[in-house]
Design a protein around this ligand. Structure first.
Ligand SMILES: Nc1ncnc2c1ncn2[C@@H]1O[C@H](COP(=O)(O)OP(=O)(O)OP(=O)(O)O)[C@@H](O)[C@H]1O
Ligand SMILES: [Mg+2]
Length: 235
């Protein structure tokens, strides 16, 4: 499957409304991710990083603005359409892994393949899962349950699951937030290697050391995107 060459957000806003208050989490974000990119998004707590990544992951919808995956406008999809676009184009890695403890490592990684519109044969599933477990160097734990693994290993399984449908972009939210520094460094090293092998990555982190590992660094400040140059002017 060939990848789209560009993912684009245009003038995205997100407003959370509760009975007491309105929060303007994103205030007109423009930004593009190109095939092969490794983008990091950093910024202080509450600046809108997770909100932005959830919108990119079609886990949440923007209040206004446009979102394009390739030529396709995905800003106004139904819940079911969003789920299908997400499964086909996007891989999401959460800070807290979100693996299913009742399923083996193999079955966790296979899960996104079972939701494909055109079903795969068992042999195709085994081939894809094995290839992804190999990419994250976890083939030897295929039959384990997630709770029998270290945090770093669980995050590697979560990355394999996000990669199994060969997404256009891997969206990663604070991948090391629940890890000690050794496991965190290993996961970050792995993301760098995956990018060298062609995986497009957009990662949120508040750790400047990890943000530096990306090819392109973006900053969010109070719901507005700034690049490094503007940030220096603003300080
Ligand atoms: N479901 C929600 N309802 C109301 N307000 C929300 C909701 N989710 C996020 N917010 C608010 O939107 C703003 C941005 O939150 P977000 O989680 O995107 O920040 P963040 O940059 O990811 O922070 P952190 O680094 O702490 O993870 C915050 O002010 C937050 O309180
Ligand atoms: Mg966050």
């Amino acid at each position: 499957m060939s990848h789209v060459s560009k993912i684009k957000l245009s003038n995205i806003t997100k407003k959370f409304v509760s009975s007491e208050m309105e929060t303007h989490a994103l205030q007109g974000v423009d930004f593009e991710i190109f095939s092969g990119d490794y983008v990091s998004i950093s910024g202080p707590s509450g600046c809108g990083k997770s909100t932005l990544l959830a919108i990119l992951g079609l886990l949440d919808t923007a209040t206004s603005g446009q979102y394009f995956i390739g030529e396709r406008n995905v800003s106004q999809l139904s819940v079911n359409q969003r789920a299908s676009v997400r499964n086909e184009h996007l891989g999401f890695v959460f800070q807290s892994f979100n693996l299913i403890d009742e399923l083996s490592v193999f079955d966790n990684v296979a899960l996104p393949l079972r939701y494909r519109q055109v079903p795969l044969s068992d042999a195709q599933i085994t081939q894809k899962v094995s290839a992804c477990l190999e990419k994250v160097q976890m083939s030897h734990r295929a039959n384990h349950k997630p709770n029998q693994l270290s945090g770093g290993q669980q995050q590697r399984i979560a990355i394999a699951r996000a990669l199994v449908n060969d997404p256009d972009v891997l969206l990663v939210d604070e991948p090391t937030g629940n890890l000690d520094s050794k496991n965190g460094d290993a996961v970050m090293h792995m993301l760098g290697e995956l990018n060298k092998q062609g995986t497009t990555i957009c990662m949120v982190t508040h750790d400047p050391r990890y943000a530096d590992m990306a090819k392109r660094k973006l900053y969010l400040l109070d719901g507005v995107m700034a690049d490094e140059f503007n940030l220096e002017l603003a300080v």
